[in-house]
Design a protein around this ligand. Structure first.
Ligand SMILES: [Mn+2]
Length: 311
């Protein structure tokens, strides 16, 4: 029995990116896969069983080498035998010379093991009405594949981004999302679905923005305006309410650069993972998590489930 790791995904994805035609064909297949998975979601909320361990990977922002490193530590057998889940917390593109390869690697993995892989939406896989800055992904595509073909590829990526789930709910254990917990529906909603989706268009628009853009703050205020210019900083009362109301132990999120690779907020209930190295952040460490939710009181030992690397 061979113990092959997932590292080959990066090389195959890189080959796919070499020609416009192969990338374009690949993206069309991914689009139809994600379209067929839409029925599993309530709006952008997906649910998964906690019975198999989860590898949770934070922001990559074009850092193909960090992705390669993480994948080189995961055995393909564990996915093939349905013994492991992998969740990506968003922000694959913008910054870094290998952003096309990075998002393509993540999507290639998704296409091979659709049941085992969750590719969450980050604020850099943007809503058309809320483009982050910098957003150099479309320029990278146009420079590399030509103005017209690169523009077509960007349109195709944008279609795919709008099909990605924004929230993964691991029942009675955890929530995974890119930015943070929404405050707009805080204390208003009775189900986890209405809390994370809102009920009418104006509320929905605000909630998805918060999921993708919010950051935690050590405050007893519910929320304060965010320096990012979108979303809010959400305080401890929001986290406490969500944990109690929806019976979850922790929220895993990315979005914020962390020098140490990870950080804990709100008494350990908010876990930030940052999984890339290099400019423009120059964080000392990158981190991801491998969490077994069947482990008794896992949330009390959260640091034991976090893996960090420095190069
Ligand atoms: Mn982000």
């Amino acid at each position: 029995m061979s113990l092959k790791t997932l590292e080959w995904i990066v090389d195959t994805a890189s080959q796919t990116c070499e020609k416009h035609e192969s990338l374009s064909n690949f993206l069309q297949n991914i689009e139809s896969l994600l379209n067929s998975e839409k029925e599993k979601m309530t709006e952008w909320v997906l649910e998964k069983s906690p019975d198999k361990p989860f590898v949770i990977i934070g922001d990559l922002h074009g850092d193909l080498e960090s992705l390669r490193k993480i994948l080189s530590r995961i055995y393909e057998n564990s996915l093939r035998k349905n013994e492991l889940n992998i969740v990506f917390l968003g922000d694959y593109v913008d910054r870094g010379p290998y952003q096309v390869e990075t998002i393509t690697s993540v999507l290639l993995l998704k296409s091979i093991y659709p049941e085992r892989i969750t590719v969450l939406k980050g604020n850099h896989e943007p809503l058309p009405q809320l483009i982050p800055y910098p957003h150099d992904f479309p320029d990278i595509l146009r420079t590399r594949y030509g103005y017209v073909k690169g523009g077509e590829l960007y349109d195709e990526f944008m279609k795919i981004f709008q099909l990605l789930p924004a929230v993964l709910h691991v029942k009675k254990e955890a929530i995974m999302l890119h930015g943070g917990l929404p405050t707009e529906t805080f204390k208003k909603e009775v189900t986890i679905y209405s809390y994370f989706t809102g009920r009418f268009p104006e509320e929905q628009r605000k909630v998805i923005e918060e999921i993708l853009w919010n950051d935690p703050i050590e405050s007893n205020m519910d929320r304060i305006p965010s320096p990012r210019g979108a979303g809010y900083l959400f305080g401890r009362p929001v986290t406490e309410w969500v944990a109690r109301k929806f019976k979850v132990k922790a929220v895993f999120r990315g979005h914020e650069p962390v020098d140490n690779g990870y950080k804990l907020n709100h008494g350990g209930k908010i876990v930030t993972l940052f999984s890339r190295l290099g400019p423009p952040y120059f964080n000392r460490k990158a981190s991801y998590a491998v969490v077994d939710f069947t482990f008794a009181s896992w949330w009390r030992r959260i640091k034991n489930f976090i893996v960090s690397f420095t190069e």
